[in-house]
Design a protein around this ligand. Structure first.
Ligand SMILES: [Zn+2]
Length: 407
């Protein structure tokens, strides 16, 4: 039996019996139907009926975390003791996938507080794996550098923008980060690769400054799960005993293998808040051929954007991340903002504002080459761009928003 055949009926019966939401939704069904026949659930439903997803008595809850949503109130997400064990096992497998061993000393440069699940997950998983863990957190680059010197860690886990802040601090202090013992950087929350798995500017900058290999990991709070890359760097490996993933198109139909669509997940082995066909809102492609590392589990490619950020442009669609990548790589662009407005039913209008001495024509050519579109592009003052870039809350690091959606 495949893990899906084993775990899907269990998940169905547990949810139907214990979750008020699924009891209502699955009324009349006695056996687990084909998964594809069931409706999907999105964040709006989850938000409106948050407590109806709880499938155990409240006194069995061990941890309550919140989702890191950028819109609306974060959801409450609850875990039993067994769910925390599942979370730890998932991270253990993820770190093993990145080649982390019990001999490693690992800096967790992620918040363990503020109701985030990520820090808790990494800490638990690394301890389970048998590593030495140092919870430096994400608030002080100085503390991270000091601990690198004092405990000589071999791995760091953090948000790419924070790893770059640490690198800047090291350069300022003439701290030799490149030759420090840290040889692996597990990156969360922000992309470090493009769709072709090539390191983007951020991934390259981290490898260069830290003299370490980067590994991308993608996690979703509501799934209490993450997928981490192996040495091949060709997508995050799925742990199919804990999670089932589908990639769906706009009409809710599965896309062909390797094509991009929305990541839709079903959790296995979750007690407190099981989810069936949950639309994550993230878009990526799934790859099914065996990996260079020898593992045969499916892999999830880089997240290329949020489904609701997808731009409609003259008959084609495009994610802002494609334009962001061009702007980040362009010499002479100091800061930028991509502004989307609704033009009509079929098309959005996109305007790129940038500060710096790059030429508008050169930027236009780069966009034509990479994104096959030519948006309106204009110079703007640093102040005008900063006014558009309100900071957003994500993964414990402060990020400036470069995509401004006014649709
Ligand atoms: Zn692999």
């Amino acid at each position: 039996m495949t893990p899906f055949e084993t775990f899907w009926p269990e998940t169905f019966h547990h949810a139907k019996q214990h979750s008020p939401f699924y009891r209502e939704q699955f009324r009349g069904l006695t056996a687990a139907p084909r998964l594809e026949e069931l409706p999907t659930v999105d964040k709006t439903i989850l938000s409106a009926r948050n407590s109806d997803f709880l499938s155990v008595p409240r006194e069995r809850i061990a941890e309550i975390v919140t989702t890191s949503g950028t819109t609306g109130k974060p959801l409450l997400w609850m875990l039993t003791e067994s769910d925390v064990d599942r979370l730890a096992l998932n991270e253990q497998i993820s770190f093993e996938c990145a080649g982390v061993t019990p001999r490693d000393t690992v800096l967790v440069a992620v918040s363990l507080d503020r109701c985030f699940i990520a820090g808790l997950a990494y800490w638990q998983g690394l301890r389970k794996l048998g590593c030495t863990v140092v919870r430096v957190g994400a608030s002080s680059a100085m503390l991270v550098l000091e601990m690198i010197e004092r405990v000589r860690p071999t791995v760091i886990v953090g948000v790419p923008s924070f790893l770059r802040v640490i690198a800047d601090k090291a350069a300022e202090l003439k701290f030799d980060l490149k030759n420090c013992p840290v040889k692996k950087a597990v990156c969360i929350g922000e992309p470090i690769r493009d769709v072709k798995f090539v390191l983007n500017k951020s991934g390259q900058a981290i490898e260069a400054a830290w003299g370490a290999k980067v590994y991308s990991t993608y996690g979703v709070t509501e799934l209490a799960n993450s997928l981490c890359e192996c040495d091949a760097g060709m997508g995050g490996h799925l742990h199919d005993q804990q999670l089932h993933l589908e990639i769906l198109d706009d009409a809710g139909k599965p896309v062909a293998p390797g094509e991009t669509g929305e990541v839709v997940a079903t959790t296995f082995g979750v007690e407190a808040m099981p989810l069936i066909r949950y639309r994550t809102g993230d878009c990526a492609a799934m790859l099914y051929e065996p990996c260079r590392c020898g593992r045969t589990s499916p892999r999830l490619g880089p997240i290329i954007g949020r489904k609701n950020q997808k731009l409609k442009l003259k008959g084609t669609s495009l994610f802002p991340s494609t334009l962001q990548a061009v702007l980040e790589e362009c010499v002479g662009v100091e800061s930028f903002a991509i502004v989307a407005r609704a033009e009509n039913e079929l098309s959005d209008s996109v305007e790129v504002l940038f500060h710096g001495d790059a030429a508008v024509a050169g930027l236009g050519e780069a966009m034509q080459a990479r994104a096959k579109i030519l948006p309106k592009i204009r110079h703007a003052s640093r102040e005008e761009i900063e006014a558009l870039q309100l900071p957003s809350r994500d993964g414990g690091a402060r990020k400036r928003r470069t995509f401004v959606d006014l649709r």
